[in-house]
Design a protein around this ligand. Structure first.
Ligand code: ZN
Length: 317
């Protein structure tokens, strides 16, 4: 009896040792699945093969910055990459993330935010695009995931258009039919809801659900400079002029003296009048689907208008 149980114990021990050594051979934190057309997951032969089918590459333009107490610092980077992956699954183009941080100086009073200069960022994106052009990519579709990057993205796109054989544009702007730059007037005001608000938190709940903790969300108060506070009702009605001048002045670093850094305008880091607990994954999914579908339709039409040139013409070796 004693002998038998000791043998069973020995066998059990051997099995446990074997199991744990199998586990120890791969990283227990790694849970990513290989995603089609996502450059960091691909091998070079897969990129070479993709180049025979497309010359298009989506580049998310990201940021690393506070997103309130409920959403992660990486919200814009991660969400932009996820949107780009969803588009690429439907229309067979490359997704190439280049940078994590972006233009976020006005969030610097919240710990964790990282900001870089326009000049540094534009150089990195431009030089990365030069590499992609070298390999045969010719159409660059930026997906700007952070409003603070809008002029950076426009500048890099124009540099590409003026200085290289490639063509570049920004997909949110492109899919709005050239009507970017302001909402249209409405009869009933919509409550103000922008950075890390109900809209953005909803998108994060759909795109990166395990990283959003809605139990940390709550009511938000705006502490705007007086003249911006007076303009807010017109902004909420979608008045174009009020919205343009409001957004041009708001979200600027503390040392500009404008009193519009995020921390000066909100204690939580959520630039919204709404209670962020109203965010839902369903709302995020609807917003994401609408952008993804518009982007796919745009890309398909561009492919039809300008068919792919042979790879030999695009790759000079
Ligand atoms: Zn964001």
């Amino acid at each position: 009896m004693f002998q038998m149980s000791s043998r069973i114990n020995t066998l059990l021990l051997a099995a446990l040792v074997a199991a744990s050594s199998v586990r120890a051979q791969t990283n227990p934190l790694w849970h990513e699945e290989k995603v089609k057309n996502f450059l960091p997951h691909m091998t070079w032969p897969e990129v070479q093969d993709l180049l025979t089918r497309t010359d298009m590459v989506i580049i998310p333009v990201a940021s690393l910055e506070e997103h309130g107490p409920q959403a992660p610092i990486g919200t814009d980077f991660l969400s932009g990459v996820e949107e780009a992956k969803l588009i690429a699954q439907k229309t067979d183009v490359l997704v190439a993330p280049i940078l994590l941080p972006g233009i976020s100086p006005y969030h610097m009073e919240f710990p964790g935010t990282i900001t870089i200069s326009h000049d540094t960022a534009q150089r990195v994106y431009f030089e990365a695009v030069q590499s992609l052009i070298h390999h045969g990519f010719r159409r660059i579709l930026f997906v700007n995931a952070h409003t603070g990057n809008q002029y950076l993205t426009a500048y890099v796109a124009d540099r590409i258009n003026q200085e290289t054989p490639a063509i570049a544009l920004e997909l949110h702007t492109a899919t709005q039919g050239g009507q970017a730059g302001g909402p249209s007037t409405r009869a009933t005001p919509l409550p103000f809801d922008r950075h890390a608000g109900v809209g953005e938190t909803s998108s994060a709940m759909y795109l990166i659900p395990s990283l959003v903790d809605l139990s940390k969300a709550g009511k938000n108060d705006l502490t705007l400079p007086d003249h911006l506070n007076r303009a807010l009702p017109q902004v909420n009605l979608g008045d174009r002029v009020a919205s343009q001048v409001f957004l041009a002045e708001a979200l600027k670093p503390k040392d500009t003296g404008k009193h519009t850094s995020t921390r000066e305008m909100t204690a939580t880091g959520v630039w919204s009048e709404r209670d962020t607990r109203e965010a839902t994954a369903g709302r995020g999914r609807a917003a994401t689907d609408s952008f993804v579908n518009a982007a796919v339709a745009f890309i398909e039409k561009w492919k039809a208008i300008r068919p792919l040139a042979p790879l030999a013409e695009r790759q000079q070796r």
